[in-house]
Design a protein around this ligand. Structure first.
Ligand SMILES: [Fe+2]
Length: 474
């Protein structure tokens, strides 16, 4: 089937999701308004941008990674984009067509796995740690890139951690990189996850295999000063399902949820598991912190998922609103003290001021859905929640513009929490072009401080972790 026909049959290949097929460097982009003089540094955002499509079963999670970089330098902005040149990408580029089946091409996928053919796609996050820029995925290989977005090499922290979560956490106090993997080949078929801590130099200083109540899609987790928290939601993961032509992931609502809380340097047996009868799902965790024996955790969460849900078909219109939700756990009593929905507007892709990762925070920023029913995929507003003051501000982009995850950048290294800027890619459906919108994080509802005009579409991007990228000097 021609690529055009595949695109027309799949929502993940249309509009904001449609891939671009060029790499470019554009200097001195047009700016409406001003780029704040404090904003100097690099924004790296990565998303799925398939070079070729295998079939109409294409799913957003498996497109080749493309990184988009905006460099801010003394009031000017430059743009660069590059593919991550994985082995999969290079092999397919050489032959001029897709080779690797997607996970919804179940028969072909099983055959390829049996032949030892695994894609090494990385498309979910770019992290900056120990002077290395690493592109990461949900358990796949890790690729190191340079500041100019050239792909350097496959990267491993250690031989027994070939890949890791797309959402490691960097402790701003110790600069430790805290990470795990549930899809590494040695644990993929067991109820185990691999847990690792690297010090600020990137050297592994702790590792532990942790038993979990059941194997789930463990996309994200949280850290506090003393603990790590593994949220286990009943979207279970079992690669053996491929043998029955089923999806690897399955909604099993009867299992309920578990929250594993373990000392940061703990062992598997130190992990306490707190059960929640209510089934629900959070893909992204906001963050967490401690107060005495209490652990407070926020996530974008839905308890509205039908028992027969199947969230991994490409034409599935039935997505579910996610709401900012707060849990309070008592670690000593091993109970959930409270669980409360903070707002009634669907949101996803939460961010905080990352200098407060693991510590008490008051400001949460999310991508919200006001005009669409395709929750979790189409966002048209940025919301700032001031948790302490029970207030929120909304920047509504309107029905013709879609946005993605916001990134908070502090005004400077010592500015108070929340004093800074939100950087947001926004896609205009009418012009088929994108802007990088700069909002004042304390006045999200006001007009943008600056709008950087990009003369083409920046397809939907997932994440950026930019703890240090904005303190670089030129
Ligand atoms: Fe994610």
């Amino acid at each position: 089937m021609k690529q055009d026909n595949l695109i027309n049959n799949n929502k993940y290949l249309q509009g904001i999701f449609e891939p671009i097929h060029f790499e470019c460097d554009i200097e001195n982009l047009e700016v409406i308004g001003n780029i704040p003089h404090e904003l100097n540094g690099m924004l790296y955002k990565i998303g799925a941008n398939p070079q070729f499509i295998y079939s109409s079963n294409y799913h957003l999670f498996e497109g080749d990674g493309m990184v988009h970089k905006i460099t801010f330098n003394n009031g000017k902005a430059n743009y660069t984009n590059r593919y991550i040149r994985t082995q999969k990408f290079l092999k397919e580029q050489k032959v001029g067509h897709a080779i690797y089946a997607g996970f919804l091409d179940r028969v072909d996928k099983l055959k390829q796995i049996q032949e030892g053919l695994f894609p090494d796609t990385v498309n979910i996050n770019v992290i900056n740690h120990a002077n290395k820029l690493l592109a990461v995925n949900e358990g796949n290989d890790i690729y190191q890139i340079d500041n100019e977005l050239n792909t350097l090499n496959k990267f491993t922290f250690t031989d027994d951690l070939p890949g890791m979560t797309a959402h490691p956490r960097i402790c701003p106090v110790t600069n430790q990189l805290i990470m795990y993997s549930y899809l590494s080949r040695d644990v993929i078929t067991s109820n185990m996850i691999k847990y690792f801590i690297a010090n600020g130099d990137g050297k592994i200083i702790h590792k532990e295999n942790i038993s979990v109540p059941y194997k789930s899609m463990l996309h994200d987790f949280a850290i506090t000063k003393d603990y790590i928290i593994f949220p286990i939601f009943p979207l279970t993961c079992n690669i053996a399902r491929l043998f029955n032509s089923e999806n690897i992931y399955k909604w099993e609502h009867t299992l309920g949820c578990y929250f594993g809380i373990m000392p940061r340097f703990g062992k598997s047996e130190d992990c306490i598991w707190i059960h929640q009868d209510e089934p629900g799902l959070a893909v992204h965790i906001v963050s967490a912190y401690q107060e005495g024996d209490l652990v407070i955790l926020d996530a974008c969460y839905s308890n509205d998922i039908p028992d027969n849900a199947d969230g991994f078909t490409p034409d599935n219109e039935e997505t579910f609103p996610m709401y900012l939700t707060r849990w309070v756990f008592d670690v000593k009593k091993k109970i959930i003290v409270s669980k409360n929905k903070i707002d009634n507007v669907s949101c996803e892709f939460p961010k905080i001021d990352e200098r407060y990762t693991g510590d008490k925070y008051n400001h949460v920023y999310v991508a919200s859905t006001l005009h669409s029913k395709w929750y979790g995929h189409e966002f048209d507003a940025i919301t700032h929640y001031d948790i302490r003051n029970h207030t929120k501000q909304v920047h509504n982009f309107g029905k013709d513009t879609l946005c993605v995850e916001p990134l908070f950048v502090p005004r400077n290294a010592t500015s108070p929490e929340g004093d800074g800027f939100l950087l947001v890619f926004a896609y205009n459906k009418l012009t088929d072009t994108s802007d990088l919108v700069i909002l004042d994080a304390n006045h999200v509802d006001k007009e943008p401080l600056g709008i950087v005009k990009i003369p083409h579409r920046v397809p939907f991007t997932f994440h950026a972790e930019n703890y240090t990228n904005f303190y670089l000097t030129f």
